[in-house]
Design a protein around this ligand. Structure first.
Ligand SMILES: Nc1ncnc2c1ncn2[C@@H]1O[C@H](COP(=O)(O)OP(=O)(O)O)[C@@H](O)[C@H]1O
Ligand SMILES: [Mg+2]
Length: 385
C-alpha cells in the first residue's frame, strides 16, 4: 500500500449527506501504512455516532477493495486549537475565538461594522468567519455581494459561502429573498445553535458574529453555546443611541464577556468634494459611556457615501477602497480587537460555565422572564431586557 492508493480509495468515501468526499474536505489526517495495514484519523466536527460509523464502514470497505488487510479508522473531533485558552461549553470547537458584535438598536451600522472588521482581520492574516445571527434582518449576504449565492446544503449540514477571503453564513442565504420571519424565543435559540453546530466552519482564528439589535434570546444562547472571547458594541453618537448601547455593554458584563471596545459609527461626515468634516449626529459623545464600562472607543467611523454604496453593492469599503479614511479606521479597530483577543487568551481566556441555563433544555431563561443565567449579577440576570 502507498499513501496515494490509500487517498485514492478514501476519495470514494462521501461525507454523509454531502456530495464531497472526506479527502476533498480535508478530514483525513495522519495516515500510517505498515505493509498492507492502514490506520488513519478522520477529524470531523459532527458528534453524531451514525456519521462516524458510516465513514468507518465505507472507508474500511474501500481500502479492503484496494488491497488493504487491516484497517484502523479513528473518527474524532478536531483538537481545540491551542491559541484559545477558553473553557466551558463550546459547540463549535474548531473556532478559536468568537467576537460578538452588538448594538442597542438597529440601523446604527452593526452589520456594516461586522463585515468590514471581518474583512480587515482577514487582510491582517487571520482565518475569519462571519456569522449573520441577525435572524430578523439578515443583510450580510447583500453587503458581501453574495445575495444570489445559495450554499451547498444537504440534510441539515451546510457549507459556508466564501467571499472576500472569509467564510460567511446567514439566514438570508438559507431562505428565499424577501421572505419575512416571525421567530419565537425557542426557534431563535435553535437557529443560533444550528449556525454554530451544523455549518461546516473551517478551523477559524475568529468568528465574527453580527447579532440582532438589543439584548435577548439570541445573545444569551450564543453566550451559552460557545465561550465568547470578546464583545464589540456599535453605536451612533446621539444620546438616544447611547442609552441603548449602555444596555448592550451591560449585557456583556452580565454574560461575563470581556469588552473589546466601542465603535462610534456615523461619527461626523466627511464631504467627498472638499474633505471637510462636519458633525451631524455629534462626535466623540460615546467617550463617557466607554469610560463608564472601563473600555475604549476603538474607531470613530465617519458618514461616508462610499460606506453606504459599498454595502448596497456588495463591495465593502475595506475591500473596495482600502485607502479611504473609513477603511483605515476599520483596519485600526481590527488590530485593536485582535490585540484584546490575544491578551484575553494570554490571561486564561473566557469561561461560559456561569451562564449555562438554569431552565430546562429548550426553554429560554429570557422568554420565561424567570431564572437568572448569571447568578452573580443583580437585576435582569440573563441580561435580557
Ligand atoms: N458610516 C457610514 N456612512 C454611510 N453609510 C453608513 C455608515 N454606516 C452604515 N451606513 C449605512 O446605513 C445603513 C444601516 O447600516 P447597517 O450596517 O445595516 O446597520 P445595522 O446592522 O445596525 O442595522 C446601511 O445602508 C449602511 O450602508
Ligand atoms: Mg444589520
Amino acid at each position: 500500500m502507498t499513501e496515494e492508493i490509500v487517498k485514492s480509495a478514501l476519495s470514494k468515501v462521501m461525507y454523509p449527506g454531502f456530495t464531497k468526499d472526506i479527502v476533498t474536505f480535508g478530514f483525513v489526517k495522519d495516515i500510517v501504512i505498515n505493509g498492507n495495514d492502514v490506520s488513519f484519523n478522520v477529524e470531523i466536527t459532527s458528534s453524531a455516532p451514525e456519521v462516524a460509523q458510516q465513514i468507518t464502514d465505507e472507508a474500511t470497505e474501500a481500502l479492503k477493495t484496494a488491497g488493504a488487510s487491516n484497517v484502523t479508522v479513528n473518527v474524532k473531533a478536531p483538537q481545540m486549537p491551542r491559541e484559545s485558552s477558553s473553557h466551558g461549553k463550546n459547540i463549535a470547537p474548531q473556532v478559536k475565538n468568537f467576537l460578538m458584535v452588538s448594538s442597542g438598536k438597529g440601523g446604527v451600522g452593526k452589520s456594516t461594522t461586522s463585515v468590514n472588521i471581518a474583512i480587515a482581520l482577514a487582510a491582517q492574516g487571520k482565518k475569519v468567519g462571519l456569522l449573520d445571527a441577525d435572524i430578523y434582518g439578515p443583510n450580510i449576504p447583500r453587503m458581501m455581494g453574495v445575495a444570489d449565492v445559495k450554499p451547498e446544503v444537504n440534510g441539515n449540514k451546510v457549507l459556508p459561502i466564501k467571499a472576500y477571503g472569509i467564510e460567511m453564513m446567514s439566514m438570508g442565504s438559507l431562505m428565499e429573498e424577501g421572505q419575512s420571519l416571525i421567530w419565537r424565543g425557542a426557534m431563535i435559540m435553535k437557529a443560533i445553535e444550528q449556525f454554530l453546530r451544523d455549518i461546516l466552519w473551517s478551523e477559524l482564528d475568529v468568528l465574527v458574529i453580527d447579532m440582532p439589535p438589543g439584548t435577548g434570546d439570541a445573545q444569551l444562547t450564543l453566550a451559552q453555546s460557545v465561550p465568547v472571547t470578546a464583545g464589540l458594541t456599535v453605536t451612533t453618537p446621539q444620546s438616544v443611541s447611547l442609552d441603548d448601547s449602555r444596555r448592550s455593554l451591560d449585557m456583556f458584563k452580565k454574560l461575563n464577556i470581556p469588552i473589546a471596545g466601542v465603535i462610534e459609527n456615523m461619527s461626523g461626515f466627511i464631504a467627498p468634494d472638499t474633505g471637510v468634516e462636519y458633525d451631524i449626529f455629534g462626535k466623540g459623545t460615546s467617550q463617557p459611556m466607554a469610560d463608564e464600562f472601563d473600555t475604549k472607543i476603538i474607531a470613530e467611523i465617519p458618514i461616508e457615501p462610499g460606506i453606504r454604496t459599498g454595502g448596497d453593492e456588495g463591495k465593502p469599503v475595506t475591500f473596495a477602497n482600502p485607502t479611504s479614511e473609513s477603511a483605515k479606521r476599520f483596519a485600526a479597530a481590527a488590530e485593536s480587537i485582535w490585540a484584546t483577543i490575544e491578551e484575553i487568551n494570554a490571561n486564561g481566556g473566557v469561561d461560559n460555565q456561569a451562564v449555562q441555563p438554569t431552565t430546562p433544555p429548550g426553554v429560554s431563561a429570557c422568554s420565561t422572564g424567570g431564572a437568572s443565567a448569571a447568578p452573580q449579577s443583580s437585576g435582569g440576570g440573563c441580561g435580557c431586557s
